[in-house]
Design a protein around this ligand. Structure first.
Ligand SMILES: [Zn+2]
Length: 546
């Protein structure tokens, strides 16, 4: 705003028309014309004088335009006023604006323009600075300028895959190395780990977006958040990211991790008055089973639980809600996108996507785009990422875009359905039956004393073998029989494939002491581990978000 004075400069309140943008814009004719906002959003007088809507450096750093540092004519937009009632977070008014204002007035209209603008800059940034994309664009004669809108992304005609990232992560780096502050990695027992680079700005943006989302979902400054994700694993950043997120919200943070004894976790909940728990489903399962032997969970003050990083079912949600008397929220993310991807609002009718991500859904076999409502593989494009822009990255996760555009909660971003599973979590058994981890949740949830499980699939000749590893403090023959009975009941194909087609060996149950599965893989427990020779996935896979 500084310097924007004189007769050719004025503050022009925008009319709060339906679909319009409720903001005032500072315009100056001394700047070069830029077509950053659609003409309809630029005041008529401004258009006539060919002026630019300006963005102060402070706002610009919030907005993040990758190339504007070098550009002789910085793209500028000014948001001097945020509509009354909008959620404000210090330093991040624009994101708050985008997330929250919208049900009432024009934020919904602004979102696509914001995303299209960022997309064009992201493509340009990738072409100029990312060796991988520069080569790809050149080899395929792709002109990224052809992609003007998020709906045009398919015109790029390629996908980025996990193997691209594993093969040479440095080829994706689009800033000098000294600007990296964090490297997130996904560990694997086979192949090279993926490495995801973030600048300080990238980290701040992810945490700020997650914070705005959390606030919109109902967390307030008076909450106390106990973080139950693994700390101390290099490259696994969910705990630190959640911490940064909660710092933005200014609430009391208890970085408890998942290594402390259950008694100590309960003690911390009591001491600090924890109201929010964030952790992996497998850890919360164990915590719930063991803690309820020590204390009436309803007597604690936990009112919200945020789960991420592993697939889980509605049956598990019901189990936790009943046990704790708290509302349980799903979140979605993965290391590749900086962990935070989407989260449920209070209505729990799908997960709102972060404003700096574009999700597409494709047919995993053909790569064709699928319309909202159709389930397929999620493909994600990161907007405005400095260190490592990713274009059309195949996540391997199965979900759909929610067809109804408007969520009554007012958050403007699109929604995805809950993740059905990773495409590599789904396994084919016996005569070609599909098994998802949540099928097992349905089977085992509600059996007292079970605090975790893992299905290990192997091969014996041509037959598949199923070994169910079950965590319990009270193993018995009766318990094993109950589990097997339930397994046969809930997997309709199992009896047929064991007895008639004889493609599966009769499943077995093995008991493990509480905490035993986590000891094998401290970050998170994969519910289905496929050890057959053709199995392709690696384990454990880091990913998920808080
Ligand atoms: Zn909503």
């Amino acid at each position: 705003m500084a310097g924007a004075s004189g007769p050719l400069t004025r503050t022009m309140p925008m009319p709060p028309s339906p679909g319009g943008v409720p903001m005032a814009a500072m315009v100056s004719s001394r700047l070069q014309p830029m077509s950053l906002l659609p003409r309809a959003m630029v005041p008529q007088a401004a258009r006539q004088r060919q002026v630019t809507i300006r963005l102060s450096s402070w706002h610009r750093s919030c907005f993040f335009l990758p190339c504007c540092d070098q550009s002789p004519v910085a793209p500028r937009i000014i948001f001097p006023s945020i509509p009354r009632g909008g959620v404000m977070l210090d330093g991040y008014p624009i994101r708050s604006f985008l997330w929250r204002t919208v049900g009432r007035r024009g934020g919904r209209a602004l979102l696509p323009h914001y995303q299209n603008l960022l997309l064009r800059h992201t493509l340009r940034h990738a072409q100029l600075h990312s060796p991988f994309y520069r080569r790809l664009f050149a080899e395929r004669s792709i002109d990224p300028a052809q992609v003007r809108h998020t709906g045009d992304l398919h015109k790029l005609g390629f996908f980025t895959t996990a193997s691209d990232l594993r093969h040479d992560p440095w080829a994706f780096l689009a800033v000098p190395r000294e600007r990296i502050v964090y490297v997130m990695t996904s560990a694997g027992t086979t192949g090279k780990p993926k490495m995801i680079f973030l600048t300080r700005h990238d980290w701040n943006v992810v945490a700020a977006d997650a914070a705005v989302g959390m606030r919109a979902f109902g967390i307030t400054q008076s909450d106390v958040a106990q973080i139950l994700y693994c700390y101390g694993e290099p490259g696994w950043m969910v705990g630190p990211l959640l911490q940064a997120t909660f710092e933005h919200l200014g609430l009391l943070i208890v970085p408890a991790g998942n290594a402390a004894p259950i008694e100590q976790q309960i003690d911390m909940m009591r001491t600090y008055g924890t109201t929010v728990l964030a952790g992996t489903p497998s850890y919360l399962h164990r915590l719930t089973e063991e803690a309820q032997k020590l204390v009436d969970l309803h007597s604690l003050h936990v009112r919200m639980m945020f789960l991420g990083a592993e697939a889980w079912s509605e049956a598990f949600r019901a189990y936790l809600q009943k046990a704790w008397g708290a509302r349980v929220f799903d979140s979605y993310g993965m290391t590749e996108i900086g962990l935070a991807g989407a989260g449920e609002c209070g209505l729990q009718a799908g997960l709102h996507v972060m404003p700096n991500l574009i999700f597409e859904v494709i047919d995993p076999e053909t790569g064709d785009s699928l319309p909202p409502g159709k389930e397929g593989e999620l493909v994600v494009t990161t907007l405005g990422r400095q260190a490592m822009p990713l274009l059309r990255y195949r996540t391997g996760d199965i979900a759909a875009l929610v067809p109804e555009e408007r969520c009554p909660c007012g958050i403007p971003t699109p929604r995805i359905t809950r993740i059905k599973g990773r495409s590599d979590d789904m396994v084919c058994l016996g005569t070609g039956e599909n098994l998802y981890p949540e099928d097992l949740d349905r089977t085992l949830m509600g059996i007292p004393s079970i605090s975790g499980y893992q299905l290990i699939i192997g091969k014996q000749g041509y037959k598949d073998t199923l070994s169910l590893q079950v965590e319990t403090g009270s193993p018995s023959q009766e318990l094993a029989q109950t589990i097997l009975d339930r397994l046969y009941r809930s997997l309709g194909f199992l009896r047929h494939d064991v007895q008639q087609s004889q493609t599966i060996v009769a499943p077995t149950v093995e008991f493990v002491a509480p905490g035993g599965l986590r000891a094998r893989s401290p970050i998170k427990v994969r519910k289905v581990v496929d050890r057959r020779p053709h199995a392709v996935h690696v384990e454990p896979e880091a990913g998920g978000a808080g």
